[in-house]
Ligand binder design. Structure first.
Ligand SMILES: Cc1ncc(C[n+]2csc(CCOP(=O)(O)OP(=O)(O)O)c2C)c(N)n1
Length: 514
């Protein structure tokens, strides 16, 4: 067994079964070992930002880490923006970053770089393996670090000679670290506060927002009437008919301020107090009312689900919430195709338990409104604000949940960052329907230009926000990358194409000419 084989066997022993890869010479022994050691599915991505974004999607849906395989510092650097998003989502990921052989570094060959320097801002754990014999235990610690609550990015730097030299054996999985249990005293204190008659909201994020956590929040709402909110960019949310109703914090700061006006106490469950996404001249960044008291039921590294259940019990809440989102499907629109008619058609035709890898940007407002009472689904948003995430996220989500339909509503500007993800969807035959909002614009930046206070927008400035000249042809782009694609110019055309995509498995792309 060599170091690379001991690494892969250790990853498999630790429950890692998928690796999003873009390899080079320094990773050739890892690549070779993918055939001699079974159990790790390699998925080739044509750009590292696709690999890291896919690992994020996989980790958010599977609740366990995938690995990435990246080529030295530049490969890691290409993947950093989506690692930033993944860090914000607290997604568990194990990065394996190849490096030159240890003795080669002294010569400062071309691809030599400060890998740890690139990795540091996004990683919760970084380690450079020193020898082939240490690879297995290092890999087990990397998985443990990635899984440690609430989830993080572990970066293991693997010198080429640590991969090709002889190793002894693989390591076994280490115990999970956390989440920490919230004390009974904290639960008791917060139960008292919830009975003090003040106007109270509860802000949910992370596992507290899904499954048993959401159910427990529903019990608390049923008992106390507390307003349930969720973080604008919560890494995953379970939305739709039959679920406990939770309101999403809106995007713009003044909308958040209006929503929270009059709130006297706010209970954080795995979340932070909401702030404005950007600063704007003469607009507040802090959106919580001045007199509102901030109370922390659970920090992100703590077990918010059990804390909510214990709080519900302490309050004497009913065993189940009777308040559920009703199913409301909009009718199928006809005529002009715009972000509202696209949203109505998606809400009407998407099957139960779909996953939305959503980077719909300015089209998100009608979409989220329509989906709020549509069939139950999982929503994965752009967790860190760095665009070019939706398509890779869809790749990872589809691999983590092969039996669920994945829908990827995406701005054309953001999609151009990581369009190579379409090729991986085709190669792996992933059940993803991508909808490109072809508005030929960085539309949101037009609002932002106005909001930051620019009075006069000249021709050069306008051309920085405009995507005409030339127009990207998404039908041809998708076709060229192996994905069946069509173009819709009316609501009727879009509905027919989307209905067909929902009825068939496999990757599809619809260019919606809005
Ligand atoms: C990595 C990164 N680069 C640039 C931006 C700035 N940015 C935010 S939105 C946006 C344009 C998005 O355009 P599109 O996806 O077409 O959505 P639309 O605004 O048209 O709805 C840009 C460039 C960003 N958020 N992240």
């Amino acid at each position: 067994m060599n170091g690379a084989q001991s690494l892969i066997q250790t990853l498999v022993n630790c429950g890692v079964d998928t690796c999003f890869a873009n390899p080079g010479t320094s990773e050739m022994h890892f690549v070779a070992a993918l055939d001699t050691v079974k159990g790790l599915r390699p998925v080739l991505c044509l750009f590292e930002g696709v690999a890291t974004g896919a690992a994020d999607g996989y980790g958010r849906v599977a609740g366990k880490p995938a690995a990435t395989l990246l080529h030295l510092g530049p490969g890691l650097a290409n993947g950093l923006a989506n690692l930033h998003n993944a860090r914000r989502a607290a997604t568990p990921i194990v990065n394996v970053v190849g490096d030159h052989a240890t003795y080669h570094l002294q010569y400062d060959a071309l691809l030599t770089s400060d890998i740890a320097g690139f990795a540091r801002p996004v990683s919760s754990w970084i380690h450079e393996t020193k020898s082939a014999k240490a690879v297995a235990s290092d890999a087990a610690r990397a998985v443990q670090a990635a899984r440690s609550a609430p989830g993080g990015i572990a970066t293991l730097i693997l010198p080429a000679d640590a991969a090709w030299n002889p190793a002894e054996r693989a390591a076994e999985r280490l115990p999970d670290i956390g989440p920490a249990i919230v004390s009974a005293a904290t639960i008791e204190d917060i139960a008292k506060l919830m009975s003090n008659g003040k106007k109270t909201t509860m802000l949910l994020r992370g596992r507290a927002l899904i499954g048993d956590g959401l159910e427990a929040a529903g019990r608390i709402h049923a008992k106390t009437g507390v307003r349930l909110l969720y973080d604008t960019f919560a890494p995953h949310a379970e939305i739709g008919a039959g679920r406990v109703p939770v309101e999403r914090i809106p995007y713009f700061g003044e909308q958040i301020t209006a929503l929270l006006a009059g709130t006297e106490q706010m209970i954080m469950v795995g979340s932070k107090p909401p702030v404005s996404f950007f600063a704007y001249p003469d607009k507040p960044s802090w959106c919580v009312p001045e007199m509102c008291e901030l109370i922390y039921l659970a920090d992100p590294h703590e077990d918010g689900v059990t804390a909510l259940q214990n709080l519900a019990d302490a309050l004497g809440a009913p065993q189940e919430s009777s308040i559920r989102v009703p199913l409301h499907l909009p009718g199928l629109p006809t005529g002009s195709l715009n972000s509202l008619s696209v949203a109505q058609i998606i809400a009407q035709l998407t099957p139960d338990h779909a996953i939305y890898a959503d980077e719909s940007n300015t089209a998100s407002l009608p979409l989220l409104m329509m989906l709020a009472r549509a069939r139950p689904h999982t929503h994965l948003p752009l967790a860190g604000g760095s665009i070019g995430q939706g398509l890779p996220l869809a790749v990872g989500a589809a691999l983590a949940a092969p039996d669920r339909k994945v829908v990827c509503p995406h701005g054309d500007g953001g999609a151009a960052y990581t369009m190579q993800a379409l090729w991986t969807m085709a190669r792996e035959n992933l059940d993803v329907t991508t909808v490109i909002y072809a508005n030929r614009s960085y539309a949101i930046l037009n609002y932002e230009m106005y909001r930051v206070g620019v009075a006069a927008v000249g021709e050069n400035a306008r051309s920085m926000l405009d995507l005409h000249n030339p127009e990207m042809n998404w039908m041809q782009i998708a076709g060229g990358l192996g994905v069946e694609a069509s173009r819709a110019t009316t609501a009727e055309e879009f509905a027919a194409q989307y209905e067909s995509a929902m009825k068939h498995r496999g990757p599809r792309l619809i260019e919606a000419m809005i």
